[in-house]
Design a protein around this ligand. Structure first.
Ligand code: PEP
Length: 268
């Protein structure tokens, strides 16, 4: 069987790497992928550095024509004005960002990012011509209650329900169960596929098949080079990964990216 969507592996660097470390990482990754004749048409590669590294990453990537994309880890819902410390979507777009993570569980936990705020973030990202990567996923308590699918799909619905189908089709959704983030515990292929499928079905029911077919659904939660192949080859509705910890090690990240490229275009 064939996957219809181009795979993507995105590295969420969180609050790691200053601009020197970030550019060194990008140089190494670019060199490693060039060395193996990596096919970026089969698998997109993206990194999400801190705001402070974006300009340096942009200059390197653009001046060397490196086919790696990049984005931000959050965005302000407002476009300008008296919002100390905030960064607008237009500012990110002006730095060449392709993606913005919206609603990562760490942002939901440590910052006042509620559903209304996340809807506005998604709208701001789309209006600036970038793509939002909406993170959803249940905690252990919802999983124990057996409501993990309803919970994750409910989080998608809270953010996506008022979008037009054109807007919705620009979204990426990362299913990231909280108990799997940074813990070394990964969802089984069965439960990851169930969640990715339920998310795609939500778009099918809400926006129709054409939109649902375009949505990229990623998995995140302790992905590494030892579990990526199994997850991707078992999960027909999974289009790639959002990688945290393992994206900080260039060899490990390059391995995940290569595994994804190899499996892109097929599933069991
Ligand atoms: C994340 O924080 O988005 C993530 C998936 O982290 P990790 O890969 O470290 O679990």
């Amino acid at each position: 069987m064939k996957r219809r969507r181009t795979a993507i592996v995105a590295g969420n660097w969180k609050m790691n790497f200053d601009h020197l470390e970030a550019t060194l990482f990008v140089q190494k990754l670019a060199w490693m992928l060039k060395d193996v004749h990596f096919d970026f048409k089969k698998c997109e590669v993206a990194i999400m550095p801190s705001f402070t590294s974006l300009r340096s990453v942009q200059v390197l990537i653009e001046s060397e024509n490196i086919p790696i994309k990049y984005g931000a880890q959050t965005v302000s819902v407002t476009s300008q004005g008296a919002f100390t410390g905030d960064v607008s979507a237009d500012m990110l777009a002006a730095l060449g960002c392709s993606y913005v993570i919206v609603g990562h569980s760490e942002r939901r936990k440590y910052h006042p990012e509620n559903d209304a705020n996340l809807v506005d973030q998604v709208r701001a990202v789309l209006a600036a011509g970038m793509k939002p990567v909406l993170c959803v996923g249940e905690s252990l308590s919802e999983r124990r209650e057996g409501i993990e699918l309803e919970f994750a799909v409910g989080q998608v619905n809270e953010v996506a329900r008022d979008l037009s189908s054109e807007e919705a089709s620009q979204m990426l959704v990362a299913y990231e169960p909280l108990w799997a983030i940074g813990t070394g515990m990964t969802a089984t292929s069965t439960s990851a596929q169930e969640a990715c499928k339920a998310i795609r079905e939500y778009f099918d029911n809400t926006y129709g098949g054409e939109t649902a077919e375009k949505i990229k659904v990623l998995y995140g939660g302790s992905v590494n080079s030892s579990n990526a192949a199994q997850l991707l080859s078992d999960c027909a509705d999974m289009d790639g990964f959002l990688v945290g910890g393992a994206s900080l090690d260039v060899e490990e990240f390059a391995s995940i990216v290569r595994i994804t490229q190899k499996l892109a275009g097929s599933f069991r």
